[in-house]
Design a protein around this ligand. Structure first.
Ligand code: SAM
Length: 250
């Protein structure tokens, strides 16, 4: 059926494509992708041959409109280079234009580095905040970390190998007591997970400069902080009750 199919693709291990993704890629009329070479390799592996169109959210408005219009009678799959489209990847504008034009949109779930890194890290996962890439400038990076310091959740960032050292140094400076986890090359041959206090993890990667793709996670603030706040709230409430009963007694 015509419309837009948002299709998640593997983040490394090609075995992670879903049966439904293969089916949609096989049956669609064409594929909108970030990089035709990257998607071309995946299609070749799956033995699928389809027209591909390069798409990113900065593509000309005219091209996007044409693509959206084509979906009135064609099924178009949207993929990114890896993982789930729109998670730090293009697609947002296309989906919104489809919605505005009444084109049916559906999404096929699959691999996502942020979620895979979270699972592998073993950090608390009842609440987590995905914050994309940290800024590349030192000051902005520290400011972002300081801004997120109070969020009572595990924090998840995408990271690049050349920038990991700087990010770990900034975390060591701003949040020295918080546990960090570095998930590298997820689902690939050299998959690695390192977890510990920022100083220790930084020292490890200083000695073993990383390669490949990285998810960086920061554990939530220690529970004692939360319970101190709770204790304060309870204390204030108790004092109020005492005052009220004193006032009533007088
Ligand atoms: N849309 C993708 C997803 O769903 O995970 C993410 C795209 S984003 C442009 C690319 C970043 O994702 C990389 O810089 C890295 O931080 C992370 N990433 C992607 N694949 C990864 C992998 N196999 N292992 C670790 N991190 C990965």
């Amino acid at each position: 059926t015509p419309g837009l199919y948002i299709v998640a693709t593997p983040i490394g291990n090609l075995g992670d494509i879903t049966l439904r993704a293969v089916d949609v890629l096989r049956r669609c009329d064409g594929i909108a992708c970030e990089d035709t070479r990257v998607t071309g390799k995946l299609l070749k592996h799956l033995d699928i041959s389809k027209p591909m169109w390069r798409y990113d959210d900065h593509s000309e408005h005219r091209d996007r409109t044409r693509l959206v219009e084509s979906m009135r009678d064609r099924a178009v799959a949207l993929v990114s280079d890896a993982g789930t489209p729109m998670v730090s990847d293009p697609g947002y504008r296309l989906v919104n234009d489809c919605r505005a034009e009444g084109i049916p949109v559906t999404a096929l779930p699959g691999a996502c580095a942020a979620v895979t890194g979270l699972a592998l890290s073993g950090l608390p996962n009842d609440r987590f905040l995905f914050a994309g890439f940290l800024p590349s400038k030192d000051k902005a990076r520290r400011e972002t970390l300081a801004e997120l310091a109070g969020v009572d959740s595990t924090l998840i960032f995408y990271e690049t190998a050349p920038r990991l050292a700087k990010s770990l140094a900034a975390i060591e400076e701003v949040l020295p007591e918080r546990e960090v986890a570095v998930a590298r090359e997820l689902t690939k041959l050299h998959e690695e997970m390192r977890r510990g206090l920022p100083a220790g993890v930084r020292a490890y990667f200083d000695a073993n400069p990383p390669r490949g793709e990285i998810v960086l996670l920061i554990g939530p603030p220690p529970e004692s902080v939360a319970s101190e706040e709770e204790a304060e709230i309870m204390l204030v409430a108790a004092l109020r009750t005492m005052k009220a009963s004193q006032a009533a007694g007088q």
